[in-house]
Design a protein around this ligand. Structure first.
Ligand code: NDP
Length: 277
């Protein structure tokens, strides 16, 4: 009897919808996703499978990560196992800007679709504001109009980059993915995105691992019976940013997802905002 109740509760938690952020395209984006930078081959395939089992419904990859094929295999393994349907999942990938242009960007998106083995992508970002990024963005707009991509956006853009892009862009970026963690917070870019109705995703939310032993975060975590990593991620949620922690370890993948059952106080949020590198 006890086992049945525990199983039912577990399934209820897994099937409970992750909190969503509504994008300016009208589509909803899960507030937490699995990051996959520096994860390749079987470990990333397994991490994606584990994440989808735990309840993640958002995966972040990129053309340059050279892992889209394995990410796709992990996704399709779980779709095949009945864990989720394609439409339950939000897939983000990124176009590499170096040497790119309108035509090459569209080709890269076709490549990503093929690697991931899907008919549409939920979000495609231009990875960095490099080379003629306004022209590359036009190729992403082509993919958007052809319904290959539901939303398009930017990454690593500051106010100046956004202004330059908006001179020619016909489709407003839906998301700006920028580096945010407790000791790295680009408040000006965040404010500008909010003014323009561009959602913010915080990448490297754990400082690529540097935040997990931070004494301030550890101390706050103790009060909530949570780890420093969970505090760093919860801080992003409290700020209405989308967060994409990376792990290839199932224990961490699960831990990073368990951030919706506690809240930080106003004082704790301010303490984290004020943390210095
Ligand atoms: P994170 O800040 O998410 O930190 C990942 C590191 O923390 C890994 O070493 C991981 O270990 C470890 N970790 C994760 N969870 C825990 C935990 N609960 N306890 C202890 N250790 C933990 O790293 P990233 O820099 O990879 O950023 C996340 C994602 O953001 C990327 O994977 C990518 O998708 C995106 N990104 C985008 C960029 C852009 O230019 N747009 C640039 C950089 C990142 P392990 O893996 O060994 O399990």
């Amino acid at each position: 009897m006890k086992v049945v109740v525990i199983l039912a509760l577990t399934l209820a938690v897994v099937s409970a919808k992750t909190p969503m952020i509504k994008l300016n395209t009208g589509y909803e984006m899960p507030e937490i996703g699995l990051g996959t930078w520096q994860a390749k081959g079987d470990p990333v395939k397994q991490a994606v499978k584990d994440a989808l089992e735990v309840g993640y419904r958002h995966i972040d990859t990129a053309y340059i990560y050279e892992n889209e094929k394995e990410v796709g295999e992990g996704i399709h393994a779980q779709i095949g196992a009945g864990v989720l349907k394609r439409e339950d999942l939000f897939i983000t990938t990124k176009v590499w800007p170096n040497g790119s242009n309108q035509k090459k960007a569209l080709e890269m998106i076709h490549h990503s679709l093929k690697q991931l083995n899907v008919t549409y992508l939920d979000l495609v970002l231009i990875h960095f504001p490099r080379d003629d990024y306004a022209d590359t963005y036009k190729g992403m707009e082509d993919a958007f109009h052809q319904k290959l991509v539901r939303s398009i956006g930017i990454s690593n853009f500051n106010r100046g980059h956004i202004d330059h892009l908006l001179k020619t862009a016909k489709v407003k970026p839906a998301v700006n993915q920028i580096r945010i963690h407790p000791t790295h917070n680009d408040a000006d870019t965040v404010k500008y995105c909010q003014e323009l109705g561009i959602a913010v995703t915080g990448y490297s939310p754990l400082g690529t691992g540097k935040m997990i032993k931070n004494p301030t975060l550890v101390a706050i975590g103790k009060k909530h019976n949570k780890s420093a990593a969970q505090v760093a991620l919860r801080w992003q949620i409290e700020n209405h940013w989308i967060t994409i922690p990376k792990s290839v370890n199932k224990k961490y993948i699960k831990e990073d997802f368990e951030i919706f059952d506690f809240t930080l106080t106003k004082e704790e949020i301010k303490t984290i905002h004020d943390m210095k590198a």
